[in-house]
Structure formats: structure tokens, C-alpha cells
Design a protein around this ligand. Structure first.
Ligand code: ADP
Ligand code: ASP
Ligand code: MG
Length: 416
């Protein structure tokens, strides 16, 4: 069996859905499992619903209604009159979301987030599966929440591989095309969980691992994996082949074309990953697999924006690393900071973090009770893999360097 993953950009509107059918028709759809993200930017819009629910409840209903209309318009365009059952399904899913919010008593924001935001994928896959059947391609809708089992660390749930393996083997059978959701899963009480933003690639890898897929293709709005994000850098080049290890490194440093957790399960079973253009499905794209590290071998640029740099120093001249490092990491962990670069000297310690859960104020309060802390918000981290002498020159022209770190292979610059 093969696994195809279509991201939000590939199904952002009715035209996108029609193109998915075109890709499946051209590339074949027997023995295929299709994993789909929410349509366009609708995950962001569902995040907006959660924000209004907590911060501005009066506009919550309107925010949800807007999402319902967005999906209903796509349905109307696609089904051209024959949209009774699927329009009803879209309406029901939105009503379920509304009922959940009306009855919910949990103040736990991450829990509510997962229950709500997951409707993006439930809606997209319902529409796409119905459309496939409508145009004569038999397809079965599979609820990913009954396949992928996790703990209850809402918004970034961790996999229970054993339960997931057996649930997927039970449910993914037969050679009819299957359509399921990326990003979403469920915990032991069957509450919905999510795997972290952009987690649909990871879902595709989980399914691929558990069914022992022959390969995985993620269909993108770019030719494949490039040596830099084309939205940020000019003159990017296609990487035709990358080893699993190199792809893991690129994704880890933040190359957002592949979710960082995607590669390890694939590497374990040596399942090749193709990254291809959904507009030119016959183009070769990028193959991630065994063998050469990178073809062509050129510097790769990765940027992560919106990070914070913290520089801590001790007040009593004690050594940071010897006496305090475990406490600092404990605090970072407790405040759910994701840590990017760390650097230390005798009495100071710098760390670049991403504050996904908006805990910076609380963290600073705890840290300042013990250390002098300099907080520089909104910095960008540039990572250059396989850097050459002049690789960083153009970046340094327009920004201030606040931290630099290099190994033989990788140069990292924190710029403000
Ligand atoms: P999806 O529709 O699957 O969610 P994404 O938008 O998450 O797709 O990923 C595709 C985008 O990733 C591209 O449009 C591109 O701007 C960005 N990107 C970042 N780094 C790279 C890279 N190294 N190579 C290709 N694309 C990249
Ligand atoms: N829909 C989710 C997101 O936008 C998951 C994904 O697209 O991979 O983050
Ligand atoms: Mg995405």
C-alpha cells in the first residue's frame, strides 16, 4: 500500500480538491491511503474560534459560522446542486463543534483546542471523500482518531505505538482507496488529541509505518525540498535526493516543508518519502531515502522566526552549568518552551526558545527570582547546513547578530 498526503495548500478551495482527483487519476489510486489536512488556513481559523471562546465569547458563534460557510461554499462549487448529504454532513460537524463548546466546562485551553481545531480535518476529509465517490472513484472515510492513539498531552500528543499499530492493522484493510485525517488522534478516554501544528506529515508516516507502506508521497505547492524556503530566499535549488539523516536534521532545524517527527518512523522501516508538486505530479521532486547524503550537496538555509532569546547570569558568581543547569531546564520544561539553541560561558547561559503556549511571563518571573535575565523577544534563528565561507554575508547585512554558534557542518545565527 502507498500513502499520499495532501496538505492544506493543496486543498485550499474547490479547485484544489478537483486537482487532488486529477493527481489520483494520473498517479493511480489502488491500494492507496490518502491523508489530508484541513483546507487552506482553516486550522488558523479554528484556533481563532478557540481564542474567541475564551477571550471574547460573544463572537465565538460568528467565527464558527464563517468556517461553516467557507466549507459549504466549496461543497456547492464541487457538487453543483447534488450536494444534499455532504452539505448536511458539514452542517452536522459544525453543529457538533458548537454543541461541544456550549456544554464544555473545562478551563483547560489545550484540551478545548484539540476538541475544536480537529474539526478542520474532519470537514476536509468528509468533503474530499464524498467528492471522490461523486466523480466515480470509490473511497472509504476512515476516522484517524480510532487509528492513532496517544497520551493526553493536548496540542502535542505523544504516540502510543503499540495501540496505534494494532488499531491501524485492524482498520486499514482491503484495496479500496481510503481517505483519513492528518494531525488528529485520540487519547485513552477517546477525547480528540492533535499531534502539533503541521502534524499531518507525521500522521502519514505513522500510517505508513504501521501498514508497512511501500512509500509515502507528500504533495506540496513546491517542486520538492529546496535548499531554502522560497518564500524567504531567492534563487532556491531543488534537492533531488536526501538521506533520512540529513532530512531529519533539516526538519529539526525548522525546514517547514517536512514536519520533524515524520522521518524517524520511515527510516526505521526504510520506507522512501517523496516530496512532489501537486501541480506537476509527474515531475521527480525529492526522494528521501537510503544512500547519498544530499544531491546536489549545497548550503541549505533554514529560518525560524518569532523566537525569544534569554540570557541568564548568576548573581552570586556561581557557575551556571555546574550549579544551575538542571533547574533551568526543569523550568523551561515546566513552561513548555521548545528549546532551539543553547550556549554557555562560566557565569552566563543563553537559550533561544519558542513560546508556543504563551508562558513567557510566568517563566521570566520564576527565572528572575534567581538570575539576572535579559529577554530579547522576536528574534530569528538562521541555520545554514553545509555552510561555506560567505554563506552568511547577505543575512548579516540587514540585521544585528545576537548569538552565533558553529559546528563543522552547521552555522546558527540568532538575528534581531
Ligand atoms: P502543506 O500544504 O503540506 O501544509 P506547507 O505550507 O506546510 O505545506 O509546506 C510547503 C511550504 O514549505 C512551501 O510553500 C515553502 O514555502 C515552505 N518551505 C520551507 N522550507 C522549505 C524548503 N526547504 N523546501 C521547500 N519548501 C519549503
Ligand atoms: N491542519 C494542521 C495545521 O494546519 C495540520 C497540518 O496541516 O499538517 O497545522
Ligand atoms: Mg501545513
Amino acid at each position: 500500500m502507498r500513502v499520499f498526503k495532501f496538505g492544506g495548500a493543496s486543498v485550499k478551495d474547490a479547485e484544489g480538491v478537483i486537482n487532488v482527483v486529477k493527481v489520483l487519476t494520473e498517479m493511480g489510486h489502488e491500494d492507496t491511503l490518502v491523508v489530508v489536512s484541513a483546507m487552506g488556513k482553516s486550522t488558523n481559523a479554528f484556533e481563532g474560534v478557540v481564542d474567541t471562546y475564551f477571550d471574547n465569547p460573544d463572537s465565538c458563534k460568528a467565527a464558527l459560522y464563517e468556517l461553516e460557510m467557507f466549507h459549504q461554499e466549496i461543497v456547492e462549487t464541487l457538487f453543483n446542486g447534488a450536494h444534499g448529504p455532504i452539505a448536511e454532513r458539514v452542517k452536522n460537524l459544525c453543529a457538533q463543534c458548537e454543541t461541544f463548546l456550549a456544554n464544555n466546562r473545562s478551563p483547560h485551553r489545550a484540551f478545548v483546542y484539540d476538541q475544536v481545531v480537529s474539526f478542520g480535518e474532519l470537514l476536509s476529509t468528509s468533503i474530499i471523500c464524498a467528492y471522490l465517490n461523486h466523480v466515480g472513484i470509490a473511497a472509504e472515510w476512515v476516522d484517524a482518531r480510532s487509528c492513532i492513539k496517544t497520551d493526553n498531552f493536548y496540542r502535542s500528543a505523544h504516540l502510543n505505538w503499540e495501540q496505534t499499530q494494532s488499531a491501524i492493522q485492524d482498520q486499514i484493510q482491503g484495496n479500496v482507496l481510503k481517505v483519513t485525517q492528518g494531525f488528529i488522534a485520540s487519547d485513552e478516554n477517546n477525547f480528540t488529541t492533535t499531534l502539533g501544528r503541521e502534524g499531518s506529515d507525521y500522521s502519514a508516516a505513522i500510517f505508513a509505518y504501521c501498514i508497512g507502506a511501500t512509500d509515502v508521497t507528500i504533495w506540496k505547492d513546491v517542486q520538492g525540498v529546496l535548499n531554502a524556503d522560497p518564500r524567504v530566499f531567492d534563487k532556491t535549488q531543488l534537492l533531488e535526493h536526501i538521506s533520512y539523516q540529513e532530512a531529519i536534521e533539516l526538519a529539526f532545524y525548522g525546514a517547514s516543508v517536512i514536519h520533524p517527527k515524520t522521518l524517524q518512523p520511515l527510516q526505521r522501516k526504510e520506507i522512501p518519502l517523496y516530496v512532489k508538486s501537486f501541480l506537476n505530479p509527474r515531475q521527480k521532486g525529492t526522494k528521501v531515502g537510503k544512500g547519498v547524503r544530499m544531491q546536489p550537496e549545497i548550503p541549505c538555509y533554514i529560518v525560524k522566526k518569532g523566537l525569544s532569546l534569554l540570557r541568564l547570569s548568576t548573581r552570586d558568581f556561581s557557575f551556571v552549568v555546574e550549579d544551575n543547569i538542571s533547574d533551568i531546564f526543569k523550568l523551561l520544561h515546566e513552561h513548555k518552551m521548545s528549546v532551539d539553541v543553547i550556549q554557555n560561558s562560566a557565569i552566563s547561559f543563553s537559550v533561544c526558545v519558542q513560546d508556543k503556549y504563551r508562558n513567557m511571563d510566568a517563566l521570566l518571573l520564576s527565572l528572575r527570582s534567581r538570575f539576572d535575565v535579559k529577554h530579547t523577544p522576536d528574534v530569528s534563528l538562521y541555520t545554514i547546513r553545509h555552510f561555506e565561507e560567505n554563506s552568511a554575508a547577505s543575512l548579516l547585512k540587514s540585521k544585528d547578530l545576537v548569538l552565533e554558534q558553529r559546528t563543522s557542518n552547521t552555522l546558527q545565527l540568532v538575528l534581531k
